[in-house]
Design a binder for this molecule. Structure first.
Ligand code: SAH
Ligand code: SF4
Length: 378
């Protein structure tokens, strides 16, 4: 991206201050600009009406308001889920998802934003659409932060109360975040920054396929951030196939790193487990999972497989999930079943992106508008 303007969302405060000083602007402008670009109603530098017109124009020339060039957004679940494919400056595409949950027994809504850490992924899990598409490139901190800002800005801020501080962020979109740890950690610090979105680290979750050195770095560098481990199998023989990075860091080492994180941070680690019919939902795997999860601050989260097109596998039926849950609970393990959101819009990791491959986002948007106009959508 030689020659591309830097994005304001990861503008280094000192270089922004120096840039302003060189223009003879007062020192308070730095904080004013950062606060301005993070206000949810602001859609471009032109909206910063507290600034002189000439400064707004200069800002727009020197900085990109967003590293996302274009987005294609579709909704599902009666408006509670929305999914975006974002096109970056060099044409790479990534995905993010906004999900709203009605909190049980209250009027309160919780919003979760699922974001990508890489364009594609090199880990190559065979059940994952992102893995099947291969690796594109690392995302910059700005490209990570701008996915969050996308949902924070017009028109999406209208989707419930997605203003800063009211949502959770999960690194469960495309990519393996701990294979891009430096930039992901920087993005987390930017999201935390009280001068920017000010999202508390406890509202952020990093999900990993088991990059052990990255997990250990999280203990020291991001101890307040939540850790989720994509386990998916209890034995090395099966996990080598389902999560191929297991050949580098076997399951016992991954679980040991999870235990170190939990012991040092006193925080609960979630063990993610995609349920695949007849493959990893057996009693043998359940018993292995009990051994891994027992005796430390862990929580098992079962996710019914959302099969990718042409997948040789299907998700475990409800009765099988129920049986698996009972076996884990009898083994003393804390377990929940996650609802797979946005199935109708292909929300699992990388699927919408795969469906749009080779088409322009503009065409996809026009087609969708045309089909909505003839009333073919619910
Ligand atoms: N690379 C990281 C984070 C992104 S994937 C990781 O693997 O943890 C986020 C989660 O979505 C992971 O738990 C992953 O296993 C799961 N996932 C991927 N494809 C899926 C599918 N087809 N159905 C259900 N879950 C899927
Ligand atoms: Fe990569 Fe995660 Fe998909 Fe595996 S599940 S291929 S680690 S994005």
């Amino acid at each position: 991206m030689a020659g591309a303007q830097p994005s304001i969302s990861d503008a280094d405060v000192r270089s922004l201050a120096a840039w302003l000083e060189a223009r003879g602007e007062p020192a308070y402008r730095t904080a004013q600009i950062l606060a301005g670009v993070h206000r949810p109603e602001v859609a471009g530098f032109a909206d910063l009406t507290e600034l002189p017109v000439a400064l707004r124009r200069d800002l727009a020339e020197a900085w990109r308001f967003s590293s996302i060039a274009d987005s294609h957004v579709i909704g599902a679940d009666g408006g509670l889920t929305a999914k975006a494919v974002h096109e970056l400056a060099d044409g790479q595409r990534i995905e993010s998802v906004l999900m709203e949950y009605q909190a049980r027994g209250t009027m309160a809504r919780r919003t979760t934003i699922c974001i990508s850490s890489q364009a594609g992924c090199a880990v190559n899990c065979p059940f994952c659409a992102t893995g099947q598409a291969g690796f594109g490139r690392q995302l910059t901190p700005a490209e990570i932060v701008d996915q969050v800002l996308h949902w924070h800005r017009p028109p999406w801020r209208a989707l419930g109360d997605a203003s800063a501080g009211h949502y959770n962020i999960v690194f469960m979109g495309m990519g393996e975040p701990l294979n891009n740890a430096d930039r992901v950690f920087e993005a987390v610090r930017l999201l935390n920054d009280p001068e920017r979105l000010g999202i508390g680290a406890r509202h952020i979750t990093v999900s990993t396929s088991g990059v052990v050195p990255g997990m250990d770095r999280m203990v020291d560098e991001l101890p307040q951030v939540n850790l989720a481990i994509s386990l998916h199998a209890a034995t090395d023989a099966l996990r080598d196939e389902l999560v191929p990075i297991n050949r580098k860091w076997p399951v016992a080492e991954v679980v040991a790193a999870g235990r170190r994180f939990a012991a040092r941070t006193r925080r609960r680690v979630s063990l993610e487990y995609v349920m695949i019919d007849g493959l990893n939902d057996t009693d043998e795997q359940a018993d292995g999972l009990i051994e891994h999860a027992r005796g430390w601050r862990s929580h098992v989260n079962l996710i019914p497989l959302n099969p990718t097109p042409g997948s040789r596998w299907s998700g475990t039926p409800a009765a099988g999930i129920e049986r698996f849950v009972r076996r884990l609970r009898d083994g003393g393990i804390s377990v929940t079943v996650r609802d797979t959101r946005g199935r109708e819009i292909d929300a699992a990791c990388g699927q919408l992106h795969a469906q749009l491959a080779g088409r322009s986002l503009r065409d996809a948007r026009n087609e969708r508008e045309a089909s909505a106009a003839v009333g073919s959508e619910g």
